[in-house]
Design a protein around this ligand. Structure first.
Ligand SMILES: [Zn+2]
Length: 173
């Protein structure tokens, strides 16, 4: 083997080793992050979380009253939740595939803005809540989160049929 040939082979070998280790590290990091995320989401059961108004600290819902729609919109399905908020003004005049935005909602007591209503499939009027406006009472004390992705319990997916059955009993009988 010529010396230049040998050098080239060594270089090629090093390149392969290097790119392999980078991709291994990347995939390990990704797996670890995913595991941490799952662990974090499972720290508390949704039913053990109490959401209280940030500002006036009155309990308004439990973690399992919150459901997620299209992996993005966190709505509160608690039947009597309307009494905790007031509405004012229309938000966007826009229609999405399954829903359209409704009015702005804010705390009935102190007026702090909470989020907005969503009209889902023209039937369900659901309040979308921004978690930054609430405090969470967990088994390990009060916690705050800026984004829903940071909460330490699993938010279940919204089920339209279940919702309708609870809200309008007998509708599908
Ligand atoms: Zn308030």
């Amino acid at each position: 083997m010529e010396p230049w040939e040998f050098q080239m082979k060594v270089r090629l070998f090093l390149m392969v080793i290097f790119s392999l280790s980078v991709s291994t590290i990347r995939s390990l990091t990704r797996q670890l992050k995913e595991q941490l995320k799952i662990k974090k989401k499972g720290r508390f059961s949704a039913a053990s979380i109490q959401l209280s108004r940030r500002g006036c600290f009155v309990l308004v819902a439990l973690g399992n009253d919150i459901k997620v729609i299209e992996n993005a919109h966190h709505v509160n399905i608690k039947p009597d939740f309307e009494r905790y908020y007031k509405t004012n003004g229309q938000t966007l005049l826009k229609t999405f595939e399954d829903w359209e935005p409704g009015r702005v909602i804010s705390c009935a007591a102190c007026g702090r803005q909470w989020g907005m209503e969503m009209v889902y499939k023209e039937i369900a009027l659901l309040p979308i809540l921004a978690i930054e406006n609430f405090a969470m009472e967990t088994p390990e004390g009060r916690k705050l989160a800026k984004k829903w992705k940071d909460v330490e319990f699993t938010v279940e997916e919204f089920n339209f049929t279940t919702y309708c059955n609870n809200k309008f009993p007998g509708m599908f009988d």
